[in-house]
Design a protein around this ligand. Sequence first.
Ligand code: MSP
Length: 573
Amino acid sequence: MPSNPLYITTPIYYVNDRPHIGHCYTTLVGDVAARMARLIGRDTFFLTGTDEHAEKVVASAAQRGLTPIQWADQNAAEFRAAFKAMNFSNDDFVRTTEDRHITRASAYIEKLVKTGDIALGDYEGWWDASQEEYLTETVAKDNDFKSPVTKKPLERRTEKNYFFDLPKYEERLKRAIETDEIRVLPEARKNEVLGRIKTGLQRVPVSRAIKPGDADWGIKMPGDPNHRVYVWIEALCNYLTVVDTPERRKYWPRGTGKPNTGEPLVTAPIVHFMAKDILWFHAVIWPAMLMALGEPVPKTVYAHAYFVSEGVKMSKSLGNFIEIDQLRAYADRYSLDAVRWYLATQGPLGATDADFAYGRFVEIYNADLANGIGNCASRVANMIEKYFGGEVPAPIEKPSGVDDNTWGHNFTLPGVAPSSAAGIAEWFEKGQYAKTLAVGPVIVQAVDNLVSELRPFSLAKAAPGEDVAIPGLYGVKNRELLRTILYHCAEAIRIASLALYPAMPEKMAALWKLWNCSPLTNPDDCNSPFKAPLAELAQWAHPTYGLKPGQKIAKGDALFMRADPKEPMPTKA
Ligand code: MSP
């Protein structure tokens, strides 16, 4: 049974937008991480959802002659459908208009009012209506009093507001991030956040006064019906509201309820994923709120960079967002897992932006998938079918006449494959996700190398009982070497497929079925749990999970057909 709970979250997306590549990308990163964690054997809970109480929801609903909740229902359903189409394995989908969220978020805010962390005060500042946030004087000035994101003019607003006393937590936060008690990743982002903390923290407005005629949309400020909780503050609470139940509290162990500012800081095994745009909220404001609530703070806050489209920044005005329909068109032609693979491995996981470009897609598809795992698996299965009637051949052990070095030089896979797979758990814990994704292709490459060096197809043509004509391998018969090479290749591909599973669950489940080696409890359901953790599954020739000599494997259809770069770009139907 999985143990060692882990909680993975994505931002909850504004319900006003249509799902696009940006939303899909972060959620894919969360999904790949969640699948990897489950594969490693961690008891994982993965959450995504929609953020619905923004002011702009009211306006857009009205434009369409709908009530805010009708509009939100419609768009939340679009997000759910998009995420289902992407085969995301989220354990829950939260909508901030749900009672479970509203009641608990209100209780957290109420508690912070009682502790004095939230109090009424005056506020005047630059309001970015398009992003629903106040900007500091410096940021407003630097951006010519326009929204840095949408370029719309900022409004000067004065309000009586409730404020959260962020400065009170400044020292503890700074230390937490500096010492990686809270890990802000990638490293470049950590330095940015620390740099900004050092310029001094300000109180954070957590409410808006309700004006006559305002729609009844959003959570009321507990104890003050004239105010509503600012959307960002209640939205952040979603991460806790969803697991604040007796069964789920294991994912966010209960704190003492007293300010969590001690040494060492109490952290919970949580990874919050998002893009750089909203890192500040997640790395600073949210942990401070948790400290004030006396709850553990997240261990990891991971902010990736942005996807751009064909080299151009995506924006509403350019209308060049790659929407879910566009991704579906790619999936229809190349398979969903190919899209997942491209996004996961070519996406902006680090600190620099990445491009979604058709030409690059085809290049990566052919290199990693059609000519990579796809070709490697079908080539090996093909030879097993042709030379051994589709039964996995038995390898031989190193014969006494062959020295260790020569044998070891040729047969590296029993060492390379399991040890690369073992790296996955280690890199995963460190938040080095790109490295975990590189494991599959590295093993596949090693298999290809073995095939090109020892040329099994030539051995198959040679007299089976005669010694091989390969220097150093004295006394090994042609047929014995052929059996050994093909066993090694197939077993290494099995291990590679485990590493490739988190990004390509459907394709790997299909391969496992063909090869009769599914590690899933239900081989027909790529989302079913694993029978054992990776450390066991990835053992070379594992007695239960490894490929067994004599077992049948089928070649089946190619996992990925080669793509023709001259074909026009897929477009939505
Ligand atoms: N509702 C807030 C988040 C509240 S979380 C408590 C919000 N929503 S959003 O719909 O604007 O989503 C922003 C997030 O979408 C980014 O942080 C990122 O995860 C994803 N992306 C949006 N555009 C993106 C790209 N162009 N590239 C990659 N990810 C992007 O902010």
